[in-house]
Design a binder for this molecule. Structure first.
Ligand code: SF4
Ligand code: FES
Length: 396
């Protein structure tokens, strides 16, 4: 009789499942899905050795196993702790965990600038999501923030070191899927930073994947920089017969009308690059994870380069998912209070000062990228008698 396959029973937030031995608590929680899954800023299932750096995935182990049901004395990093048979784990049901996660987010935000309004990662940033869920309105930090000399790391990738949370994912990508790594984390402690060796450019043909794994806006696509907000673009799944056997040839195109603003790898519900069956011409199976090459990402910016399959399902991480932040209250009163009672009309009622927010203009009906003229035409974008519009156009 064939040996029965042994599985371990683990209970996470009162939900019990059977998982294979060797599964981490985080991956067991991902099998359950939904809110019981801890956030993960540094773990990336497709990158060997990742995890254990950021501490956002901490959980409470209320019972270690059937054999030893004692609770673990400290919160554990769920991405690095494997389950035992009979383990009981608390994530969102543990006050200690929520408190610790709030503290971790506070630490991550000590040096991270709050520049979401001008950051290209906004809308797709896992730290932004964590900030909404666990962040505090104020900071207790009184010291100077870290700053860095600007560094040019090549024509495709923009490095914003102040936004980096040192998760190491990009260095694992460079190690594991490109032929040569020319960047890494230099120095230690407060001085640690992502940098290239003697300011080399990162030009490997798979280097663009570092942009996709970066959980924050520290590595962004130079060809998309400041072109559009992600929530104004329409993501569609598309594929092409890429000649590079390591490239899966399947991507998400981010469109405005017919214009391809950006090409990214396809992401799964955890914000990670999706997995596929290996291509027949890829015997070593390196294409099993849906990494895409730089040619697909940066050079194929016409819809005619691709076969479009249909609309992309939006990941739970993105603010472009409908109603992600439904119910969030705007802090009208707070602003008034901190401005000593001054009416924050210009701050909060943006319809009055910018035609770009004119609710009568339906961006989805504009069959191309929108331009300032589209808003100026509405006639509601004029500041006042004799004054020019915000864009400096003469009043019609
Ligand atoms: S640049 Fe991004 S991916 Fe690389 S270590 Fe910093 S946060 Fe992580
Ligand atoms: S995801 Fe576990 S420590 Fe970062």
């Amino acid at each position: 009789m064939a040996d029965e396959i042994k599985t371990f029973k683990v209970t996470i937030d009162n939900i019990t499942i059977d998982v294979a031995p060797g599964t981490t608590i985080l991956n067991a929680a991902r099998q359950i899905g939904g809110d019981v899954t801890p956030p993960a800023m540094c773990y990336y299932s497709k990158l060997e050795g990742s995890g254990g750096k950021c501490r956002t995935c901490l959980v409470e182990v209320a019972a270690g196993s059937i054999a030893d049901p004692r609770p673990m004395p400290k919160l554990m990093a769920s991405c690095r702790t494997t389950v035992m048979d009979g383990m009981v784990v608390k994530n969102i049901t543990s006050e200690k965990v929520i408190d610790a996660r709030n503290g971790v987010v506070e630490f991550l935000l000590i040096n991270h600038p709050l520049d979401c309004p001008i950051c290209d990662q906004a809308g797709e940033c896992h730290l932004q999501d964590l900030g909404y869920d666990h962040g505090k309105a104020g900071t207790r930090y009184e010291f100077k923030r870290r700053t860095f000399e600007k560094e040019d790391i090549g024509p495709y990738i923009q490095l914003h070191m102040t936004r980096c949370i040192l998760c190491y994912r990009c260095t694992y990508v460079a190690d594991q899927i490109t032929d040569k790594r020319v960047h890494g984390i230099l120095d230690r402690g407060d001085h640690a930073e992502i940098s290239t060796y003697i300011s080399k450019a990162i030009d490997n043909d798979f280097s663009g994947n570092m942009i996709d794994v970066c959980p924050v806006g520290a590595l962004t696509d130079k060809t998309f920089r400041f072109k559009n907000r992600v929530w104004f673009t329409k993501p569609v799944d598309a594929h092409r017969a890429c000649e590079n056997p390591k490239c899966c040839g399947k991507a998400t195109l981010w469109l405005r009308g017919d214009e391809v603003f950006r090409v990214t790898a396809r992401k799964d519900e955890w914000g990670e690059v999706q997995s596929y069956d290996a291509r027949p011409d890829d015997p070593v199976g390196r294409g099993k994870t849906g990494w895409i090459c730089n040619t697909c990402r940066f050079d194929k910016k016409k819809t005619s380069d691709w076969t479009i399959e249909g609309l992309t399902a939006i990941s739970r991480h993105s603010v472009i998912g409908a109603n992600k932040y439904a119910g969030l209250e705007m802090p009208n009163d707070t602003i008034k209070k901190v401005l000593n009672g001054r009416d924050p009309k210009l701050l909060m009622n943006i319809h009055n000062v910018s035609g770009v927010n004119n609710p009568n203009i339906h961006l989805s009906e504009i069959d191309r990228p929108s331009h300032k003229e589209d808003f100026a035409k509405s006639g509601e974008f004029v500041k006042g008698e004799g004054e020019s519009t915000q864009w400096g156009l003469p009043k019609e």
